[in-house]
Design a protein around this ligand. Structure first.
Ligand SMILES: Nc1ncnc2c1ncn2[C@@H]1O[C@H](COP(=O)(O)OP(=O)(O)O)[C@@H](O)[C@H]1O
Ligand SMILES: N[C@@H](CCOP(=O)(O)O)C(=O)O
Length: 319
């Protein structure tokens, strides 16, 4: 359950009076999600999501996240639209936290990934990248390659309690990834966390992309590498190449990849795997027992990383 901050009826009524979204008819906390407190909000005007930003989201980044969603939505992407209050602002304070209302998106995220999800996913990602062109703000990737070594250092003293030899293995792998990291690939606005739980489907079509709170300005093809990791593995160790081919086909039906982007896929996939491995490892070692959110298994991404280190070229992903 991830509703960290409770909202009283009085505070909610006062907050909603700042907006022009009709009168409240229903309000409930949403258990899913790990980063922020989310509430489903129903009014006489429609359905909305109220998000209270918790401590892992940096206050200074909120104008970028909300501005990006507004920009992407204006350019045709099915992402939440931040609602502006009567004073024109889309960011307010509630219960001592920064808070925003966004539009509710229909659909459900796939609990079991099927091949049929993969091509639409790739196409939606490419549309996101094209729609992001022209957005004036930028945000450095706080979980990009320069953050991985300090993140690993924090977990090193206890890494081997998760798996014997893990610390040394990760150090060696990370050094290799850092040395190989591409420098001149096309950069733009990326989602950076487009996992299945952030993609809604309705009647076989993508109906929504959510959770832009890791979005940043970084290598476009890195976003594909995140999706290959999150959508295309079986038993966390084997790539389902039919799925990865479909993701790449969907992507290229909208935005063609250059040879440099294709050649960089293996190292980008290694980078994406180590990024999620490292944040999960940190959370695994530092989440107190009885916390609201159960930490995810870091070894799922260790197995993927092993796979990516064994491949010799982009052909392994179906290109
Ligand atoms: N715009 C939206 N439309 C519909 N449901 C949403 C929307 N935003 C969030 N949700 C619901 O809230 C849950 C958690 O949202 P998410 O942004 O992933 O939270 P967190 O950032 O805390 O991980 C989602 O799984 C979904 O059920
Ligand atoms: N996708 C990340 C965790 C971030 O969770 P989200 O609910 O904000 O998508 C992972 O799987 O490690």
């Amino acid at each position: 359950m991830a509703v960290y901050t409770e909202v009283t009826d009085e505070a909610l009524a006062e907050f909603l009076s700042l907006y022009d979204i009709g009168t409240l008819t229903a309000f409930r906390g949403i258990a899913e999600g790990v980063e922020n407190s989310n509430y489903a909000l129903k009014t006489s005007e429609g359905d909305f999501i109220l998000t209270l930003y918790e401590k892992r989201v940096n206050k200074e980044d909120l104008p970028y996240f909300l501005g990006l969603m507004e920009h992407l939505r204006a350019h045709g992407l099915p992402c939440p639209l931040p609602v502006r209050a009567k004073d024109g602002r889309n960011l307010k304070e509630l219960a001592g936290k920064m808070a925003a209302i966004t539009t509710f998106l229909p659909g459900v995220w796939p609990r079991h990934i099927k091949l049929a999800h993969c091509e639409p996913l790739g196409a939606a990602l490419a549309k996101l990248h094209l729609a992001g062109e022209g957005f004036a703000m930028t945000r450095r990737n706080g979980l990009g390659p320069d953050s991985w070594s300090p993140l690993l250092a924090k977990s090193l003293p206890h890494a081997d309690s998760v798996l014997g030899g893990l610390g040394a293995e990760l150090q060696a792998w990370l050094a290799q990834i850092e040395a190989d990291w591409p420098k001149d690939l096309p950069v733009g606005q990326i989602h950076a966390d487009l996992f299945p739980d952030n993609v809604f489907f309705l009647e076989g079509q993508i109906s929504g992309l959510i959770d832009f709170y890791f979005a940043c300005t970084d290598i476009l093809a890195y976003d594909i590498a995140v999706c290959l990791n999150a959508w295309c593995f079986e038993n966390h160790a084997e790539l389902n190449v039919t799925r990865s081919r479909a993701v790449l086909r969907g992507y290229q039906s909208v935005r063609k990849l250059s040879d440099s982007e294709i050649n960089a896929l293996p190292v980008l996939a290694r980078g994406a795997a180590i990024r999620f491995l490292l944040t999960r490892l940190y959370d695994w070692l530092n989440t107190p027992e009885g916390a609201l959110v159960t930490p995810k298994d870091p070894l799922d991404y260790y197995r993927r990383l092993r796979f990516h280190f064994a491949v010799s070229g982009a052909g392994a992903y179906g290109l």
